[in-house]
Write a protein that binds this ligand. Structure first.
Ligand code: SF4
Length: 411
């Protein structure tokens, strides 16, 4: 089912569209601007519901309702994000409150003396196909209208905006964002309740700025918008890559944390209050501190190893010497051996050794050429005198000290 927000998302960032509408990824978080906008909408919705069934609510009561809704809804979210660092929740609360006051005072006259016959608030419309019958495709479409006022001679579709920057009249007439209300005319006309309506006027209320734009929807504009919708849906049907588009809107995009356009540094800097995102730098700091401790511990172990070897040499001339720990439970055994060390790779002697082993036809046996494998062969397999002499030519004797830890055997 298509909607205006679905169309708008596809136009602003295809990757965000994919995350939201195809992969259906959602997070339990909100942005303060959207949260404040929802509370303002709900408060104005209640104002008209009361007016419809009872009477006009005084401004003080409406403000108290706004306050109650704000606090009730605030705790429903795990997190409400603020992007603008110079603002806090209180600032947005006050902006929303001002929107309510502005609207109430601006429309007090019509609220006191309503001329409309009927009001619909927060009304959902849907159609199985918004395109004309002549089109080869069908597009199911849904929309939600903030308020519809029904008069004897016309219908008015009202939309409340709490956005920071108001549009110009040119924006209203040309930008796709403002095609939403005109398209609702089409949805309305498909609804039996509004059959036969001659004139439909759309009204935008920019509440922060006490601005109001009105216009009568012309059929040509409607057809043009339906044509744009058809084109966008066709494009989406063919879309494969859903390439991300970086813009100011990214600052208000929950998918920034999985979007390939953002490095971890950007993500962390832009989401200072998101505990999931801040966990990465915290883990990194712990890892670095532990690695530093590990290095210090290794140095201490090496120091103790040297002292144990010196101790064993001082009190025993034997190649193997065991020392029990103070707690009598564990012990260490210091083993002194002499091993053959083969030349390291890059040494010309090493190349010569490899060549000679191949000539002798025993390369396969020593292809994992290392001091360890040669010493193991010498110790276990009793190499022939000839091979022993051969390796003696290429290797040097090296003193090796090994320290093994074990449990003391109970007698
Ligand atoms: S962060 Fe920006 S580029 Fe990435 S998905 Fe969101 S809007 Fe698109």
């Amino acid at each position: 089912m298509w909607s205006f927000s679905r169309l708008g998302t596809f136009l602003s960032c295809k990757r965000q569209f994919k995350y939201r509408y195809i992969d259906k990824i959602s997070y339990d978080e909100a942005y303060i601007e959207a949260f404040m906008g929802n509370i303002v909408h709900e408060t104005l919705d209640r104002l008209y519901q009361e007016l419809k069934i009872k009477e006009l609510i005084p401004l003080e009561k409406l403000e108290a309702l706004y306050d109650r809704l704000w606090h009730e809804k605030f705790v429903e979210y795990k997190e409400i994000k603020i992007v603008k660092e110079d603002r806090d929740y209180g600032d947005y609360y006050n902006i929303g409150l001002k929107c309510i006051e502005n609207y109430y005072n601006e429309n007090l006259e019509s609220l006191k003396d309503p001329k409309f016959k009927f009001i619909y608030t927060e009304t959902n419309f849907r159609t199985a196909n918004i395109l004309p019958k002549s089109s080869k495709m069908k597009v199911a479409f849904t929309g939600k209208v903030d308020r519809i006022d029904v008069y004897d001679d016309r219908i008015e579709i009202h939309d409340y905006k709490t956005s920071e920057s108001p549009p110009t009249e040119l924006d209203i007439n040309t930008k796709f964002d403002y095609r939403q209300l005109p398209i609702y005319k089409k949805l309305l006309l498909l609804d039996y309740r509004f059959e036969g309506v001659k004139e439909i006027k759309v009204v935008w209320h920019f509440l922060r700025h006490r601005l109001k734009y009105e216009k009568i929807v012309k059929d040509e504009e409607l057809e043009e918008t339906v044509g744009i919708i058809e084109k966008i849906v066709k494009e989406e049907n063919k879309e494969q890559e859903y390439i991300p588009t970086k813009s100011m809107l990214c600052n208000w995009c929950s998918y920034m944390k999985i979007c390939p356009l953002f490095s971890n540094k950007e993500l962390v800097d832009k989401n200072s209050h998101d505990p999931d995102i801040q966990e990465g730098p915290r883990l990194t700091r712990s890892y670095i501190e532990l690695k530093k401790e590990e290095k210090e511990i290794k140095e201490k172990i090496n120091d103790i190893k040297e002292k144990l070897v010196a101790y064993s040499e001082k009190f025993s001339g034997e190649p193997m010497y065991t020392i029990e720990s103070e707690d009598k439970d564990q012990q260490v055994t210091i083993k002194h051996t002499i091993e053959k060390r083969i030349p390291s790779s890059g040494d010309p002697l090493r190349d010569d050794l490899e060549k000679r082993l191949k000539e002798k036809g025993v390369w396969d046996e020593f292809s994992m050429l290392s001091s360890r494998s040669i010493n193991s062969k010498m110790n276990k397999e009793n190499l022939s005198d000839e091979m022993q002499e051969f390796f003696d030519m290429y290797t040097e004797d090296e003193k090796v000290v090994e320290i093994r830890q074990s449990k003391v055997k109970k007698k």
